[in-house]
Ligand binder design. Sequence first.
Ligand code: NAI
Ligand code: MG
Length: 356
Amino acid sequence: MTYRIAVLPGDGIGVEVVPQALRVLEAIASKYGMSFQFTEALIGGAAIDATGHPLPTETLELCQKSDAVFLGAIGGPKWDTLPVHLRPEGAALLPLRKHLGLYANVRPCRAFSALIDASTLKRDVIEGTDLLVMRELTGGLYFGEKKRETIEGGERAVDTLVYTTAEVERIVRLAFEAARKRRGEVCSVDKANVLESSRLWRETTMRIAADYPDVTLTHMYVDNCAMQLVRYPKQFDVIVTENMFGDILTDQASMLAGSLGMLPSASIGGQVALYEPAHGSAPDIAGQNKANPLATILSAAMMLEYSFNQVEAAREIEKAVEAVLNKGYRTGDIMEAGKTLVNTVEMTDRVIEELA
Ligand code: NAI
Ligand code: MG
């Protein structure tokens, strides 16, 4: 089977870590009867410099006709002063997700045992953590109607939180499907004690649950969830939640994995899904062969699983990453005393050795 991948390295460390993940994909391909056709295109600051726009039409068209999109990271100080409608994130990432119809952001978060001692959290709290947050991506407060008006003594600002039954249904179904391939537990996070949109969310979730009798559904208020994530994260399998709650909870959960450099992500729901590390372009370490490539390599594993149903190949990559960590290899962001410091390319070499 040949998979056509749109490769968008982007800016900063994106151009360093993406080629490394592609090497890992090449290394595992033949064993599973796969081959890849990688086509590179410009996005973000690199695209602004070359074409004047962060999401050129050719890039968008390439993505739409590919089997999956593989992205590095975009943005950096050079473009931060541009008008908002031209800045890399707002003018490239959001429209790209919108055009591809990607309404769900999937962020698995595993606490690799080898990294726990370097964490600020206690081993007995995070050891064994293996959760997945499914965040709604196209509705809620971030996209609702916004208003600003002058009133006596100041101004009044309004953001609107809107969800429809259909919007809740489709993401909740994805969460149940994901849980089926995991431990079979969905925790739906809302604020149904005070928000009407959350009451619709909860009712809809309960109704959909009837189609998945093999999956256990629980509900949790978002404030409690924030507390439980640091108190006892092992209790979670799949968390499904609306846009803003998910934004906040995923950043919080990211600490459980030790470093941003360890966290993969996927945006799914449309015909063509998009895979990228959770981190940004890290201008402070860009161009130095220092970046941790593992988040991007794990994103490649997610692509194999979610877009191509190559679950065994995905698991093999994840196991290789774990083995390399267990052997003590570390990039700077996860380095601690007594371990072996490696650069971006060397870390990838170690992963590929484990696959052989
Ligand atoms: P960042 O994630 O780029 O960096 C935060 C910190 O984590 C930095 O100290 C960086 O060196 C470190 N870090 C991140 N990834 C790493 C890796 N793989 N290995 C080792 N260390 C790593 O976030 P920041 O600094 O807030 O943003 C930098 C630029 O990236 C900005 O222009 C921002 O807009 C953009 N950005 C882009 C995203 C995307 O493309 N999806 C997401 C987040 C930020
Ligand atoms: Mg965020």
